[in-house]
Write a protein that binds this ligand. Structure first.
Ligand SMILES: NC(=O)c1ccc[n+]([C@@H]2O[C@H](COP(=O)([O-])OP(=O)(O)OC[C@H]3O[C@@H](n4cnc5c(N)ncnc54)[C@H](OP(=O)(O)O)[C@@H]3O)[C@@H](O)[C@H]2O)c1
Length: 287
């Protein structure tokens, strides 16, 4: 199987490369090799290398920055995603695209299902939702995986931010009224590969961590693990605050827990993020 990976330098891109099956052929592209907003370059690349599948992990992911740069977020998350869907269909390649829990407004109080009404409350979520719709309209075999609160040893994420803040501060306040499911990027990569192996049906699937938690409690778990592994020698005092006391440019949904019932059809269950947090922190320590 020949696979084109976009966004190879991102968290998910790195993890995907790490576990890529040895008997498959990978064309891993970062933004320098293939800017997905360059429609002609994308079409040229795909018609030259003729991949059997395209895994699009590239995205405009800076949630607050997106509020100030709607145009670029739209180009990457909507226009480029639509173009990938069109070219994939034309070249008979299966497209796997990644989306987000931020397509929801967070007003529910039990897990979101794939068909629940979307209502993004920030530009990032709005452009990711428009990207989903553009893909679905142009390529019915495309798989869209919505995931949430992604962490890994690579790039920027909450785990690494908390570890950095903990090394610089003795007191920290962390938001306690946003609830979601942390997800290890390596587990998303495994799910992508499993769905490709099983030639899964097109459509939207939810995949995230197996347990929900608030950012505040997640931070405390991160510090406990880092202390046990001696990555931190002491941890700051952590205080819970609500979102109103921690204003950010982009609003965040208060509740973005997703149901993974639909994926059970493919014998898949959620990311055991507590176990993965231990191994992720040990990898961060060794780096
Ligand atoms: N991170 C999360 O918490 C989270 C939560 C839910 C869903 N997701 C979704 O999961 C997917 C993977 O996220 P991630 O955490 O791996 O993101 P990430 O670490 O920010 O990686 C995204 C990658 O996309 C690349 N990229 C941006 N614009 C590009 C372009 N025009 N052409 C080619 N590459 C481009 C970036 O390149 P540069 O390195 O050059 O900037 C970056 O390497 C995304 O679709 C994201 O929306 C993420």
């Amino acid at each position: 199987m020949k696979v084109l990976l976009t966004g190879a330098n991102g968290q998910l891109g790195h993890c995907f490369k790490n576990i890529f099956p040895k008997d498959w052929e990978l064309f891993a592209t970062d933004r320098k090799v293939l800017d997905i907003t360059d429609n002609l370059a994308v079409e040229d690349y795909i018609s030259t290398y003729k991949p059997d599948c395209i895994v699009n992990t590239a995205a405009f992911t800076a949630v607050d920055k997106a509020e100030d740069d709607y145009n670029l977020a739209y180009q990457v998350n909507v226009v480029a995603s639509e173009n990938l869907a069109i070219v994939a269909k034309k070249c008979n390649a299966k497209l796997v695209h990644i989306s987000t829990d931020y397509v929801f407004d967070g007003t529910k109080n039990y897990p979101y299902e794939e068909n629940d009404k979307t209502n993004p409350i920030n530009v990032y979520g709005e452009t990711k939702r428009k990207g989903e719709l553009a893909i679905l309209a142009n390529n019915s075999s495309a798989i869209i995986i919505r995931t949430s609160w992604v962490f890994s040893e690579y790039g920027n994420n909450f785990v690494k931010t908390m570890l950095k803040l903990a090394s610089e501060n003795t007191k920290l306040s962390v938001v306690d009224d946003q609830i979601g499911n942390p997800t290890y990027a390596g587990d998303i990569a495994k799910v992508v590969i499993k769905l490709l192996k099983k030639n899964a049906d097109g459509g939207i699937y939810h995949y995230c961590g197996d347990k929900s938690i608030s950012w505040f409690l997640f931070a405390k778990e991160i510090f406990d693990v880092a202390l046990k592994q001696k990555l931190l020698l002491q941890v700051p005092d952590v205080y819970p605050i609500n979102s109103i006391s921690f204003p950010t440019k982009a609003k965040r949904p208060l509740y973005s827990v997703m149901s993974m019932e639909k994926l059970k059809k493919y014998d898949l269950s959620g990311s055991n993020w507590r176990e993965q947090l231990i191994s992720c922190i040990s990898k961060i320590k060794s780096i």
